[in-house]
Structure formats: structure tokens, C-alpha cells
Design a protein around this ligand. Structure first.
Ligand code: GAL
Length: 371
């Protein structure tokens, strides 16, 4: 009997201890006592996001954090629910790739008010309550895209294009809910404007592509081609995915490889299309630099240590919207234009993409030697 009572007391102590332990998990550390960090992605449709999920998860776990990560399949409400849920699970930090830079403010402000450190990763979340905005120089992305296409048209300097015979240019912007799309278009327009003003080029169509979806880009380009009787001379598109979608429509009209077109992200398929002479340029944004920057920054924020190298930018400038107030600390990494002359060195030799992916369908004799 006595031993039974001791046993009962012992077991009830265990139960109480585990409830106590569970109680404290709300405070940012899991049952394992590890601090929790949440990764929230808009989608995994674009090649890079899955790679960055893995990169950041591995880096954070190596630092001793427990990682929760979720993707929202382009669903704005779902992403907010996922963020709220991660906060209720006790995360101390959140790294967010927002589907919608305005809509995400609701949950991100709540998280920040609850003491969670929030990093806007690659895409701006339009609130000064974020702890940091870490990305690439997105305006320069746009400049390099437009410069690559203008160079392919022989501009500056070409005598083909004149006021009487302007080059007909199509501009495909990114997703209207992604602040990056605004910045890419800003950079593109900076380069295109002098040519527009001098009359040697004419923008015959301008369209944002919802969700950055290649299928939407295909449809958009089909409509533009029929409206323009296939008479277009160049396309300034905003990422590889949408450019390859547009190229499908152009291919059906025999324009692929003849009409220059830009992309972004130096994806495997985009780099392969450059080697095939269809995509003219892409933009290399080395995620192997951005992901560690984000996890190191998060670690410092959690530890309450100073974060070097950040510079404050106004939300008004970052959103190209003067009505926005407040500043955010930012870091913007360099970008590089990828074209058929440097794709091997920049993308393959650097290990950013695999040789076999980039030279897929290219006859052996036309391939450079494997690095
Ligand atoms: C942008 C990002 C690009 C591109 C696009 C589609 O925000 O900067 O790299 O991939 O989203 O996901």
C-alpha cells in the first residue's frame, strides 16, 4: 500500500512537471528548451523559395534553434493565419517572404507587438515594426533587365529604331501584391525612359502578372501578341518564371530567339533557355548570401546583440509611395546580369546551378567542358 502511495505521488509529480514545462513553452522555447523561429513563405512555386527554406532551416538548426516553416500557396489570408499560429506556438523570431506586402502587416504588427523579431525576407512588408528588411538591390535588377534587352536591340546606337519606326516593347511586371515588382519596374523604367522620350522605342503593352504565375504570363502574352498581330520587338519581363511562360506564347508564333526577353533569378530553366538563345538575360541573386545574412541577423536580434551594416530607408522610398511613413533598417545585396557570355562562369562554375540542368538538351559538342 505505502509503496503504491509513493508511486502515485511520484507519478503526479511527473505530470505536474510536464504541465509546468508545457506552460513555459509558450515563452519561446520548445519542450526541447530550444528557442523557436518561424519561416513563412508565400509559395514554393518559384524555384528559389524551397532552396532558401532548406538553407535557412539548416543554418538556424545548426545555431540550436527549433524551426517551424510553412508556405501559403499564394493565399494571403492563409499566410496571415500561419503567422498568427506560429506566434501562438511561441516563436521568438519570424522570417517572412510575404505574398502581399500590405496584407501581411496585420499579422506582422501583432507579432512585433508581442515581442517577436520579424525579418522581411527579400520582399518588403510595409510596416516600420519589422526588425529588418533584407533583400537584393531590386531597382538594379530592373535596370539590368532593361539594359540587357536594349543591348539586344542594338541600343544605344542602332539606326534600325527611329521615331518613324520605334521598337515595340512589351513590359511584363511582377505580382501587383509584391513590392519588389514596383522596384523592378522602377529600375526598368529608369533605363527605358530616355529611349521612350527620344521615340526610338514604344511601350505597346504593360501588364502585371498575378502570383508571378507562368501560366498567367502565357495567357497575357497570347493576348498581347494577338492585339499586336505578333508585331513586337522586345519584352522586358520581370523573372524567369513569367518570361518562360511568355516565351511559350512567343514560340507558338515563331518569335522565340528572335525577340529579346529578360528574366530574373538565374533559375535552372532560365539558364538553360539562355544557353538555347531564347531568354536573353536573367539576373543572378545569390541566395547563398541572403539566407545566411537573414539567419545571422535573426540570431543577433534574438540574442539582443547589435546588427552591423544595416542602413535605414524610408517606407516612402521603398514603396515609391510618398504617403507611407516610417523607416526600416535594411541590407541590399548586389546583383549581376546573366547572359550567354557569362552564364557558364556566373551560374555553373560558381555552383549556383548544376551543369546538366543548364546544358540540358544541348548537344555534347556545343557544351563547354564540365567544370
Ligand atoms: C520576387 C523575387 C524574385 C522572384 C519573384 C517570384 O519577389 O524577388 O526573385 O522570384 O518574387 O517569386
Amino acid at each position: 500500500m505505502k509503496s503504491k502511495r509513493i508511486l502515485m505521488t511520484f507519478f503526479s509529480l511527473i505530470v505536474i512537471a510536464s504541465i509546468a514545462l508545457a506552460g513555459c513553452t509558450g515563452g519561446g522555447s520548445s519542450a526541447t528548451g530550444k528557442v523557436k523561429i518561424g519561416l513563412s513563405f508565400s509559395d514554393f512555386a518559384t524555384e528559389r523559395w524551397k532552396n532558401e527554406e532548406k538553407l535557412m532551416r539548416d543554418l538556424l538548426e545548426k545555431k540550436g534553434y527549433e524551426v517551424i516553416s510553412q508556405e501559403a500557396n499564394h493565399d494571403v489570408k492563409l499566410q496571415n493565419d500561419q503567422i498568427d499560429n506560429m506566434v501562438s506556438q511561441g516563436v521568438k523570431g519570424l522570417i517572412v517572404v510575404a505574398e502581399d506586402g500590405d496584407a501581411a502587416v496585420t499579422s506582422v504588427d501583432k507579432a512585433a507587438d508581442a515581442g517577436v523579431k520579424v525579418i522581411a525576407y527579400d520582399r518588403l512588408i510595409k510596416t516600420s515594426k519589422i526588425a529588418a528588411y533584407l533583400s537584393f538591390d531590386n531597382v538594379e535588377v530592373g535596370r539590368q533587365q532593361a539594359m540587357g534587352v536594349m543591348t539586344a536591340l542594338g541600343l544605344p546606337g542602332s539606326t534600325t529604331w527611329t521615331k518613324a519606326n520605334p521598337a515595340k516593347v512589351v513590359q511584363l511586371a511582377g505580382s501587383p501584391t509584391d513590392n519588389n515588382a514596383t522596384l523592378f519596374t522602377k529600375g526598368q523604367t529608369e533605363v527605358l525612359k530616355p529611349y521612350i522620350d527620344s521615340g526610338v522605342i514604344k511601350i505597346v503593352a504593360q501588364q502585371g502578372i498575378d502570383n508571378w504565375d507562368p501560366a498567367n504570363a502565357l495567357k497575357a502574352m497570347e493576348n498581347i501578341l494577338s492585339a499586336q498581330n505578333n508585331k513586337i520587338d522586345a519584352v522586358v519581363a520581370s523573372n524567369d518564371g513569367t518570361a518562360l511562360g511568355a516565351l511559350q506564347a512567343m514560340k507558338a508564333q515563331g518569335l522565340a530567339g528572335k525577340v529579346p526577353i529578360s528574366g530574373q533569378d538565374a533559375t535552372a530553366d532560365g539558364s538553360n533557355s539562355i544557353v538555347k538563345g531564347e531568354l536573353t538575360v536573367s539576373i543572378m541573386k545569390d541566395i547563398r548570401l541572403l539566407s545566411p545574412l537573414a539567419t545571422d541577423t535573426m540570431d543577433k536580434l534574438i540574442q539582443g546583440q547589435p546588427v552591423d551594416g544595416m542602413k535605414n530607408f524610408s517606407l516612402a522610398d521603398l514603396t515609391v509611395d510618398p504617403s507611407k511613413t516610417g523607416d526600416v533598417p535594411c541590407v541590399f545585396l548586389k546583383v549581376q546580369q546573366v547572359n550567354k557570355d557569362n552564364v557558364f562562369d556566373l551560374v555553373v562554375k560558381s555552383g549556383f546551378q548544376a551543369y546538366d540542368d543548364v546544358y540540358r538538351d544541348i548537344p555534347e559538342a556545343q557544351r563547354p567542358a564540365k567544370p
